[in-house]
Design a protein around this ligand. Structure first.
Ligand code: HEM
Length: 436
């Protein structure tokens, strides 16, 4: 069991380092300096970076789920045959996808720009993981804490939404452009909702472990927020499709659902006070620091997301760097921070020595990565506001718009180097930790 989990988590860390290195190169190539763009064109680097990032998140989330579900269900027979096959298929497919990019074999759609045939092994691997998980769940039976509900939801919804993301392969979907884009944007929005269920479930599990307060995972408030998250997963994708000529009631429902996110926001603000007293107690625990950072990023990104869901603002932000800020602000600030909390927790349970020896450097890396991410995120938002303003209101040439945007893209690229350096350092520490 341990071996598969550590293999999966190490593989995830290598994917992260790959994503970071390609991201930095892509950010500088964007300025078309010298002849580099000829050899490493941005349009190829972008899907490589995005895929490596998405697979970092999925792989690390699954690796954590292997460990925690085993810890929670304590299966009698510790023979994860299905898991072994599932993880082997997942890792082999990920490598083949990255290789196909290197060989120039693209295909697929936004965020999944690899040949669509790879969807089959990915779905198969996920299905095996889900079967393994639900077998343990039904065997245990009884009343389950909220994180088990979240993991179950994420496992089922990924199967549904990722299948939906591939519906364009059928002519009935592909041949009508509006139908095609609506389904694609809807599916991509909901896929993120499903991985968030798994990752937020992980954060919940870690918080109960760190604080030792297991009751919180059974409280009605926790379930209320779980159901709110589930409603958002199912309906709030509508704000991804405002610009399409869909029925008005779809827009209205999704707008109202998106606005329920204010409830999350108010809840976070209220819990900050208790977080401050908590942080005095747990500040020395590295996973807790990552969780606290992720909570601040939930807060910041929620404000941005709520604003972006308002149709009058969405017209300006759609397709600008604000969308990129939203995507990277959440995948780095929230998902990556929680996943680091999870991997540090798992690895330090195995061997503390290297992590303890480098504790002050690790803390410094957490600070630098988060401050750089703040600069990176704000620079993208400002670049997006300028682009949205000139494109929608001013009707000027694209080059004029880009002249105003470019200084902020430089700030974005330079702060990206700091994010990449610090997250690579943290990954290397984990990769060097002995787990046998
Ligand atoms: C954990 C680390 C990271 C994750 C999870 C991540 C994730 C993503 C995602 C999901 C997108 C797609 C955004 C969209 O289409 O709206 C993206 C785009 C991009 N990322 Fe990252 N990223 C990471 C780190 C970085 C770093 C350190 C850089 C370096 C500057 C970087 C540079 C870029 C660039 C240039 C794009 C393309 C933006 C565009 O198309 O205009 N990323 N990233």
């Amino acid at each position: 069991m341990n071996n598969i989990s550590f293999r999966m988590l190490r593989f995830a860390l290598i994917l992260l380092i790959t994503a970071l290195s390609i991201g930095v190169v892509a950010a500088f190539i964007f300025f078309d300096i010298g002849t580099f763009n000829q050899y490493l064109p941005f349009y190829k680097l972008r899907p490589m970076h995005v895929s490596a990032s998405v697979f970092w998140i999925f792989t690390a989330a699954q690796g954590g789920l292997y460990v925690y579900s085993n810890e929670y269900f304590k299966p009698e027979k510790n023979n994860p045959f299905l898991l072994n096959i599932s993880s082997a298929i997942w890792m082999a497919t990920t490598i083949l996808i990255l290789l196909s990019f290197v060989l120039g074999n693209f295909g697929g759609r936004e965020y999944w720009e690899f040949p669509p045939i790879f969807a089959i092994p990915l779905l198969l691997s996920w299905l095996l993981l889900a079967i393994h998980f639900f077998k343990m769940l039904f065997k245990k039976g009884g009343k389950f804490p909220v994180f088990i509900w979240m993991w179950s939801t994420g496992l089922i919804f990924f199967l549904l939404t990722y299948t939906e993301a591939n519906l364009w392969l059928f002519p009935w979907f592909r041949e009508n452009i509006i139908r095609d884009i609506t389904v694609q944007w809807k599916a991509n929005g909901a896929i993120v909702g499903s991985w968030n269920q798994i990752i937020y479930g992980t954060a919940f599990y870690l918080m109960t472990k760190i604080s030792g307060d297991e009751d919180v995972a059974f409280k009605w408030q926790s379930f209320f927020f779980y159901f709110l998250g589930l409603t958002n997963l199912i309906f709030n994708w509508g704000h991804h499709t405002y610009n399409l000529p869909a029925a008005n009631w779809i827009r209205n429902v999704s707008y109202i659902i998106s606005m329920t996110e204010w409830v999350f926001l108010i809840n976070i603000m209220q819990s900050f006070k208790s977080k401050l007293s908590e942080s005095k107690k747990f500040a020395n625990i590295i996973p807790y620091r990552f969780l606290l950072a992720s909570e601040i990023w939930v807060f910041l990104n929620l404000i941005l997301a709520i604003l972006m869901s308002i149709p009058a603002i969405n017209i300006y932000t759609h397709g600008t760097h604000i969308t990129v800020a939203h995507a990277m602000g959440t995948t780095i600030g929230i998902n990556t921070m929680i996943l680091f909390a999870s991997i540090f927790y798992i690895f330090s349970n195995k061997d503390q020595s290297l992590i303890q020896k480098n504790k002050s450097n690790i803390n410094l890396a957490i600070w630098i990565s988060n401050i750089s991410l703040l600069i990176f995120w704000v620079a993208l938002i400002i670049a997006g506001i300028i682009k949205g303003y000139y494109t929608v209101s001013q009707n000027v040439a694209f080059e004029t718009t880009m002249q105003h945007v470019r200084p902020f893209l430089w700030i974005f690229a330079i702060s990206g180097v700091f994010i990449a350096a610090t997250l690579t350092y943290l990954s290397v520490i984990l990769l060097k930790t002995k787990t046998r």
